[in-house]
Design a protein around this ligand. Structure first.
Ligand code: ADP
Ligand code: MG
Length: 463
């Protein structure tokens, strides 16, 4: 029928605009490499902020003692305690509490957010067995993983540049987030020193390196996306401080904010961006990360409903509601292996209140999911190639046996199997067999939290 034909036309056009042939991905990677150079050359030199982390020594594996971490990243935050036992025992013990952040706190006041966090930390400490109490006169030490763009002023201080991922608390922007947290800790009488302020990518890098010395970069694919890597200090023209002894400096790329004319942007992406909390920003992130994949799918389905009566003669009211379709829903539909696509049918019913969908309709919904997620996964691979190019690990010299390990973490990478396998196969496609053999993508489970505790240890005041 005419309607079905129109729906197919919308789908085909969307698919074409989302295309990511290898040549395009290589252009994306090359442009990323160029932007990385520009961002390192001068402050504000690029959309890629290439933030200096002040981490010039990653954990060696010898760290010892009890350390804490707070991981504030998006949907949830975690309070973590680790016991480090040096080279032999590694992370001898770990425990955590996960707390979901009430949505009203994401757009409320600074004080309310940090008080909430401090209270969760207090609860965690109060229920701690005697064995974990610090000896008299010794302060507890904490690594704070704060996964938003921060301009570091030292290893343990930094000001928030802007919020992302649905957070928008104006009075924190421009403030030292460690100062804000410390105020709330003091208010309820917690004696704890924040020894390291890091980003989740840097935490993941530190956690990865603790276990494997070949780890040189970390990528987060969760609610948002970002990457960090180890740069030669000499290759950072905008760094005017003393050259670190290690000769290295960890750079937080903030690649979520990358944009390039080579990115396959569609009208749906443009509209999503315009209506977002941060229009014009985080363009790469809006193509890739868990916060947005479901929303892109929703927008395509809405257009098909409005212009081709895809779900019948009325447009389902729920489908008009931004962010109602979440990436885990997309994942569930995309992985549906039942012959009648039962999971797709149920998701459409439960989330969008569309019942009695035909198999034909369900198949198209899966195709939309596949197009959106394939594009995101392939662009992530291109981003990783950009970093490998920047550090000269995208080629192998004859006879060289170098290994390059990239630590990956985040709920999207962890739980979305098709996203992950597409990312991995695209990496191989981009690198070719010979180079691909030298590159390992490793899931660094909860590196971000543990990594912050590890960095608190390597920056302890008692060393
Ligand atoms: P963050 O620390 O940024 O909040 P996480 O690494 O915890 O993010 O990942 C959470 C995100 O991972 C969610 O926003 C969601 O998009 C994605 N995610 C979680 N579970 C799944 C799933 N089963 N399938 C696909 N994506 C998922
Ligand atoms: Mg996280």
């Amino acid at each position: 029928s005419g309607k079905w034909y129109r729906a197919m036309a919308i789908l085909k056009e969307f698919e074409e605009k989302c295309g990511t042939p290898i040549l395009k991905l290589k252009q994306v990677a090359d442009a990323m490499d160029v932007e990385m150079h520009a961002g390192l050359a001068s402050e504000g030199g690029s959309k890629l902020k290439m933030l200096i982390s002040y981490v010039d020594n990653l954990p060696s594996g010898h760290e010892k003692g009890i350390f804490y971490a707070l991981d504030l990243g998006g949907t949830n935050f975690r309070v973590i305690r680790v016991k480090l036992g040096g080279r032999e025992k590694g992370v001898a013990h770990q425990e955590f509490d996960e707390v979901s952040i009430p949505p009203h706190l994401m757009t409320g006041s600074s004080e309310a957010l940090f008080d909430f966090i401090a209270e969760a930390l207090a609860k965690f400490i109060d229920s701690e067995p005697e064995a974990f109490h610090p000896p008299p006169g010794r302060q507890r030490e904490l690594g704070f993983t704060f996964s938003f763009p921060v301009r570091q002023t030292s290893i343990a201080s930094g000001t928030l540049i802007r919020w992302t991922k649905g957070f928008n608390i104006e009075d924190v922007v421009g403030q030292d987030v460690v100062g804000e947290l410390t105020k709330s800790l003091e208010k309820i009488g917690i004696d704890m020193r924040v020894s390291a302020l890091v980003n989740d990518t840097i935490g993941t890098l530190a956690g990865g390196r603790f276990h494997n010395p070949d780890v040189v970069a970390a990528v987060i694919l969760g609610t948002g996306t970002n990457a960090a890597y180890v740069e030669r200090a000499q290759a950072i023209p905008k760094w005017h401080g003393p050259l670190p002894k290690s000769g290295e400096m960890v750079i937080n790329t903030e690649w979520g904010n990358y944009r390039s004319s080579h990115l396959p942007l569609t009208e749906y992406d443009d509209h999503l961006d315009e209506e977002s909390l941060n229009p014009g920003e985080q363009v790469f992130e809006k193509l890739i990360s868990g916060m947005y994949l479901g929303e892109i799918v929703r927008r395509v389905l809405l257009k098909m409903a409005e212009e081709a009566e895809f779900f019948g003669d009325t447009v389902p009211a729920k489908l008009k509601q931004p962010f109602i379709l979440r990436t885990p829903d997309v994942s569930a539909m995309h992985h549906d292996t039942s012959p009648d696509l039962k999971v797709v049918g149920n998701t459409l019913k439960d989330v969008l209140e569309v019942s009695n969908t035909s198999l034909k309709t369900r198949k198209i919904v899966v195709e939309v999911c596949d197009i959106v997620v394939t594009r995101g996964a392939r662009l992530s691979a291109a981003g990783i190639l950009g970093i490998l190019k920047k550090i000269g690990r995208d080629t192998v010299k004859v006879g060289e046996k170098q290994k390059t390990v990239i630590a990956l973490d985040g709920g999207l990478f962890e739980h979305y199997t098709k996203f992950r396998s597409c990312l991995e196969s695209t990496m191989n496609e981009l690198l070719g067999d010979e180079v691909a053999e030298t590159i390992v993508i490793e899931h660094s489970n909860d590196g971000s939290g543990i990594g912050a505790a590890l960095l608190a240890a390597s920056h302890s005041q008692y060393l």
